[in-house]
Write a protein that binds this ligand. Structure first.
Ligand SMILES: [Zn+2]
Length: 314
């Protein structure tokens, strides 16, 4: 009886230790660099620099059409979602990437789109049949691969990638970019810890294999090139390093919000994402900040645009 009790305690301790280990899984084991890049500015300085700054040609392209559960994209337990009687279903979304053509610094992407190589041979990148179905890859339809987009645009030389965050659907175009391409991501993104990383870490590691250390933005607002053309805004919640980008596009300022808000409904109603988000309360705070920045920009620049994580914005 006593012996059985000892084994029970040992079993419980092993289970507890495993659960703690899982909850502490890093987003990636890939190396990170915290060397400061660009210049850290306040929001007032950002708006002043935006007014005077370098304007850049900017293009969004649709890499793929996809369907994922609405309960991942919108917090269906939020009172507004309940009031609107939203129910879980597959929601049509897109995977976007964004192309900045800086006249002096060269061409940069925000997020990476989708590579046909990844869809043709997912196992090569560590995506087995279980993960394939878990990610819902069978519902993903390639629209234009990153390689095809860059070839059509005749801009093959990408100087760097600014990631909104380190989720698979935002780095799925990496196989189409040269191995030496620098990759920039939000503060504390690479080493952040979360239990769900257990399912994705080895795929992220494999997509980053052979690539430079992730350069992590330092500071809440970074003027990336120091000329008011592109700003990185730390907007934690969806992931700890989630980052929005404000681009001084030739057509007016564009606010790329990333997955702080995936959907039009979530943005309009100020409801944070659902299960896909790591910290909903923090995500809600970031969403409020971006909504208020977007309203301010809209007032000053009527042609300004908001680009949501996975749907077109009206
Ligand atoms: Zn996403």
């Amino acid at each position: 009886m006593k012996k059985r009790y000892v084994w029970l305690v040992i079993g419980l301790l092993i289970t507890l230790a495993s659960l703690i280990a899982i909850s502490q899984t890093r987003a990636t084991l890939h190396q990170v660099s915290e060397q400061p890049q660009g210049s850290v500015v306040t929001e007032a300085e950002m708006l002043a620099r935006l007014a005077q700054g370098t304007q850049v040609p900017f293009t969004r392209f649709v890499a793929a059409d996809w369907q994922v559960p609405l309960s991942g994209l919108v917090n269906l337990n939020h009172p507004k979602a309940k009031q609107a009687k939203l129910v879980d279903k597959n929601e049509a979304i897109h995977i976007f990437a964004y192309h900045i053509q800086h006249p002096i610094q060269g061409d940069y992407l925000i997020d990476t789109g989708v590579s046909a190589q990844l869809l043709d041979d997912p196992a090569k990148f560590g995506i087995n049949a279980i993960l394939h179905s878990l990610f819902g890859f069978e519902l993903l339809n390639l629209h234009q691969s990153t390689q095809a987009y860059l070839a059509a645009a005749q801009r093959p030389a990408i100087k760097g990638v600014f990631l909104t965050h380190l989720h698979l659907d935002h780095i799925s175009g990496l196989p189409d970019l040269a191995l030496e391409t620098p990759i920039y991501v939000g503060n504390n993104e690479g080493q952040s810890r979360y239990w769900m990383n257990v399912a994705t870490q080895h795929v992220i590691n494999s997509l980053l294999k052979g690539r430079p250390a992730l350069q992590q933005w330092q500071g809440d607002i970074v003027d990336i090139f120091g000329d008011g053309s592109v700003f990185a805004l730390h907007m934690p919640g969806h992931t700890p390093g989630s980052t929005a980008y404000l681009v001084n596009a030739q057509t007016g300022p564009v606010l790329v919000v990333g997955d702080v808000s995936h959907t039009q409904w979530g943005w309009d109603n100020q409801v944070e994402p659902g299960q896909f988000t790591q910290n909903q309360a923090q995500n809600q705070t970031s969403l409020q900040q971006l909504k208020s920045l977007a309203a301010q920009l809209q007032q000053q620049y009527p042609s300004s645009q908001v680009m949501l994580g996975h749907q077109y914005s009206r």
